[in-house]
Design a protein around this ligand. Structure first.
Ligand SMILES: [Zn+2]
Length: 137
Protein backbone atom coordinates (compact mmCIF):
# COMPACT_ATOMS: atom_id res chain seq x y z
CA UNK A 1 0.00 0.00 0.00
CA UNK A 2 1.40 3.34 -1.05
CA UNK A 3 1.47 6.27 1.38
CA UNK A 4 -1.22 8.82 0.72
CA UNK A 5 0.44 12.25 0.57
CA UNK A 6 -2.77 14.20 0.00
CA UNK A 7 -6.33 12.93 0.47
CA UNK A 8 -8.84 13.13 -2.34
CA UNK A 9 -11.06 16.20 -2.15
CA UNK A 10 -13.42 18.40 -4.09
CA UNK A 11 -12.70 21.90 -5.32
CA UNK A 12 -15.30 24.50 -6.19
CA UNK A 13 -14.72 25.99 -9.59
CA UNK A 14 -16.58 28.29 -11.92
CA UNK A 15 -16.52 29.42 -15.49
CA UNK A 16 -18.10 32.48 -17.03
CA UNK A 17 -19.35 33.22 -20.49
CA UNK A 18 -20.27 36.45 -22.22
CA UNK A 19 -23.33 35.61 -24.31
CA UNK A 20 -24.98 37.10 -27.37
CA UNK A 21 -28.04 35.74 -29.16
CA UNK A 22 -29.29 36.38 -32.66
CA UNK A 23 -32.24 38.74 -32.31
CA UNK A 24 -34.45 36.57 -34.51
CA UNK A 25 -33.20 33.24 -33.18
CA UNK A 26 -33.17 33.21 -29.35
CA UNK A 27 -30.99 30.42 -28.02
CA UNK A 28 -28.60 30.61 -30.96
CA UNK A 29 -25.67 32.97 -31.04
CA UNK A 30 -22.25 33.44 -29.55
CA UNK A 31 -20.62 32.61 -26.23
CA UNK A 32 -17.15 33.78 -25.22
CA UNK A 33 -15.06 32.54 -22.27
CA UNK A 34 -14.67 35.47 -19.92
CA UNK A 35 -13.86 36.45 -16.36
CA UNK A 36 -16.67 37.13 -13.89
CA UNK A 37 -16.48 40.85 -14.70
CA UNK A 38 -17.16 40.12 -18.37
CA UNK A 39 -13.63 40.81 -19.60
CA UNK A 40 -12.52 38.18 -22.09
CA UNK A 41 -9.98 35.61 -20.94
CA UNK A 42 -6.50 35.75 -22.45
CA UNK A 43 -7.24 32.42 -24.16
CA UNK A 44 -10.26 33.97 -25.88
CA UNK A 45 -8.24 37.06 -26.79
CA UNK A 46 -5.66 34.79 -28.47
CA UNK A 47 -8.24 33.23 -30.83
CA UNK A 48 -8.55 35.29 -34.04
CA UNK A 49 -11.89 33.67 -35.01
CA UNK A 50 -13.37 34.39 -31.58
CA UNK A 51 -12.17 37.99 -31.74
CA UNK A 52 -13.71 38.44 -35.20
CA UNK A 53 -17.04 37.11 -33.86
CA UNK A 54 -16.76 39.29 -30.74
CA UNK A 55 -16.17 42.40 -32.86
CA UNK A 56 -19.19 41.44 -34.98
CA UNK A 57 -21.34 41.09 -31.83
CA UNK A 58 -20.24 44.47 -30.48
CA UNK A 59 -20.95 46.16 -33.81
CA UNK A 60 -24.41 44.59 -34.09
CA UNK A 61 -25.27 45.54 -30.50
CA UNK A 62 -24.51 49.20 -31.28
CA UNK A 63 -27.16 49.22 -34.02
CA UNK A 64 -30.74 49.94 -33.07
CA UNK A 65 -32.03 46.66 -34.51
CA UNK A 66 -28.76 44.79 -34.94
CA UNK A 67 -28.77 41.07 -35.67
CA UNK A 68 -27.32 40.29 -32.23
CA UNK A 69 -28.42 41.19 -28.70
CA UNK A 70 -26.18 41.10 -25.62
CA UNK A 71 -27.28 38.74 -22.84
CA UNK A 72 -24.49 39.56 -20.41
CA UNK A 73 -22.32 37.29 -18.30
CA UNK A 74 -23.50 33.87 -17.15
CA UNK A 75 -21.43 32.04 -14.54
CA UNK A 76 -21.59 28.29 -13.99
CA UNK A 77 -20.41 26.90 -10.65
CA UNK A 78 -19.38 23.28 -10.29
CA UNK A 79 -17.40 20.93 -8.06
CA UNK A 80 -14.46 18.96 -9.37
CA UNK A 81 -13.11 15.79 -7.79
CA UNK A 82 -9.35 15.70 -7.22
CA UNK A 83 -8.07 12.18 -6.57
CA UNK A 84 -5.62 11.40 -3.78
CA UNK A 85 -1.88 11.80 -4.32
CA UNK A 86 0.33 8.90 -3.30
CA UNK A 87 4.04 8.37 -2.94
CA UNK A 88 4.99 5.32 -5.00
CA UNK A 89 6.19 2.53 -2.72
CA UNK A 90 8.71 1.43 -5.35
CA UNK A 91 10.34 4.68 -6.54
CA UNK A 92 8.88 7.34 -4.13
CA UNK A 93 7.57 9.56 -6.97
CA UNK A 94 4.26 11.26 -6.23
CA UNK A 95 1.27 10.88 -8.53
CA UNK A 96 -2.53 11.04 -8.52
CA UNK A 97 -4.54 7.87 -8.13
CA UNK A 98 -7.13 7.00 -10.72
CA UNK A 99 -10.90 7.21 -10.19
CA UNK A 100 -14.21 6.72 -11.95
CA UNK A 101 -13.99 4.78 -15.18
CA UNK A 102 -10.18 4.61 -14.96
CA UNK A 103 -9.48 3.54 -11.38
CA UNK A 104 -6.07 1.99 -12.02
CA UNK A 105 -2.92 4.03 -12.54
CA UNK A 106 0.65 3.22 -13.33
CA UNK A 107 3.62 5.09 -11.90
CA UNK A 108 6.35 6.00 -14.38
CA UNK A 109 8.47 3.25 -12.75
CA UNK A 110 5.89 0.65 -13.85
CA UNK A 111 4.17 -0.03 -10.50
CA UNK A 112 0.39 -0.31 -10.87
CA UNK A 113 -2.13 0.91 -8.27
CA UNK A 114 -5.86 0.65 -7.86
CA UNK A 115 -8.02 3.64 -6.82
CA UNK A 116 -7.32 2.92 -3.13
CA UNK A 117 -3.53 3.04 -3.50
CA UNK A 118 -3.10 -0.73 -3.26
CA UNK A 119 -0.27 -2.13 -5.34
CA UNK A 120 -1.30 -4.35 -8.24
CA UNK A 121 0.96 -6.99 -9.69
CA UNK A 122 2.44 -6.36 -13.15
CA UNK A 123 0.13 -8.76 -14.98
CA UNK A 124 -3.06 -7.97 -13.05
CA UNK A 125 -5.05 -7.38 -16.25
CA UNK A 126 -4.20 -10.85 -17.60
CA UNK A 127 -6.95 -13.08 -16.17
CA UNK A 128 -5.16 -16.26 -17.23
CA UNK A 129 -2.54 -15.44 -14.60
CA UNK A 130 -5.15 -15.49 -11.79
CA UNK A 131 -4.93 -19.27 -11.41
CA UNK A 132 -1.46 -19.02 -9.91
CA UNK A 133 -3.04 -16.91 -7.14
CA UNK A 134 -5.80 -19.45 -6.56
CA UNK A 135 -8.49 -17.51 -8.42
CA UNK A 136 -10.62 -18.91 -11.23
CA UNK A 137 -12.69 -17.28 -13.94
ZN1 LIG B 1 7.03 4.52 -8.97
Amino acid sequence: MADIIKESHHVNESESFLNFDYRNMPGAGFSFDCNEDGSLTKETLAKPDAMRNYAYCLEECKKENGEVVALGVKTRNYRNFVPAVIKCSKCTKEHHLGYGRYPDTQCSCGQNYNAFGQELRDNYQDRSSYAEYGETW
